[in-house]
Design a protein around this ligand. Sequence first.
Ligand code: PA5
Length: 449
Amino acid sequence: MKSISFNAAEIMQSMSEEEIAAWRKITEEALENLHLSKGKGSEWLGWLRLPTTTTEGDLDEIEHAAAVLREQCKVIVVVGIGGSYLGAKAVIDGINHHFDNLLNRNGNPLILYAGNNLSEDYLADLTEILQGISFGIISISKSGTTTEPAVSFRILKKMLEASIGVTQARERIITITDARNGALRTMTEREGYRSFAIPGNVGGRFSVFTPVGLLPIAAAGINIRELMSGAKSMALRLGKTVGFEDNIALQYAAVRNHLYRSGKKTEILANFEPRLHYIAEWWKQLYGESEGKDGKGIFPASVDLTTDLHSMGQWIQQGERSIFETVISIERPAKRVLIPKDKNDLDGMNFIAGKRISDVNRMAELGTRLAHVDGGVPVINISLPALTPYYIGQLLFFFEKACAISGYILDVNPFDQPGVEAYKNNMFALLNKPGYETEAEIIKKRLAQ
Ligand code: PA5
């Protein structure tokens, strides 16, 4: 079986032998600390073993629940925010037809999302579109108390109950939350919903290989066994005894931190396949929330190419030289489109007639890489043989492992997100949430100044 590949040779060649030796030592120590639970946030390491410990029985159970929803629903709304929806959306968009919402569905439900924003218009449009459609809900919140999904779930649950009755609605709602704590767990017990538990030692952004990611992905009709098998193969390839020379997670973590220390403060994840857009969104959340703390952290940004070559391309080529780029390449497209020859050649494109679009895309990618390197942008490459669940499973686990190592190199706790509380506290104070009376008084005085 082929595998994803990692290439940072040009950057590594520019490093001295002493620098490489130092990075080998730093990353191998970080790997050991991770596996021996000696690093920061070691109570959050459940994700590390998910690919090797998830059983056939676990997958059977998820597939069974997904099948029940698939049978009953034309649309499944995944309610969640941050790590509670991005992994699922990344994989589903990475595999599905680009125009999935317009396809003749043949029993394959359309997956829609809610609870990832507080837009009234979004919810109004969503509920409008769901009128008269048989829909189901997968409601996901690890804490079970997050405002955005809680509000959306309340509205969608009421709508479903009003349309098919409380008893029937119970058959079409599945919750995924903490095994014991939080409002969503209490509601689950009270209403008798079918439910999956998020392991206590797995944080939201590391939860794609738990039911949080797997149930919506299976509900979309995607093969979660292949996804897990890819993740497992990557987990073994990056295992605790695999040293720097063979361990691409250690190499990626080393190279990006080497660049960071030399003033490259922003990493741009670039792709040449629109399907990868949400993989970049998932990656930004993973790295942004894991590393951006204590006044440190590489800023994770992303571009979709060639689209953004006609916007951000200018900045990347000639803006401040504080960036490096990580390009995800797909070696083999799933489909084939040839550029036809035209007798009149009015558009002047006959020079590429007979070529596949992917040939042109590949040359655009190569040309962009050379231009960016010439413009002073170091480029890392990650290549997938094809966009399949197996290789996406490999990619996501690779990013998770490298992120943990990278966080340890930065000497931050990669598994917490204390900064996320700041906006919530202000919002609760402004909304007069019980328990926030003191904060409300302070914030209102501040706003009155
Ligand atoms: O990575 C994280 O922990 C966060 O992004 C959470 O996933 C996000 O805040 C949603 O939290 P919850 O699942 O508790 O609703």
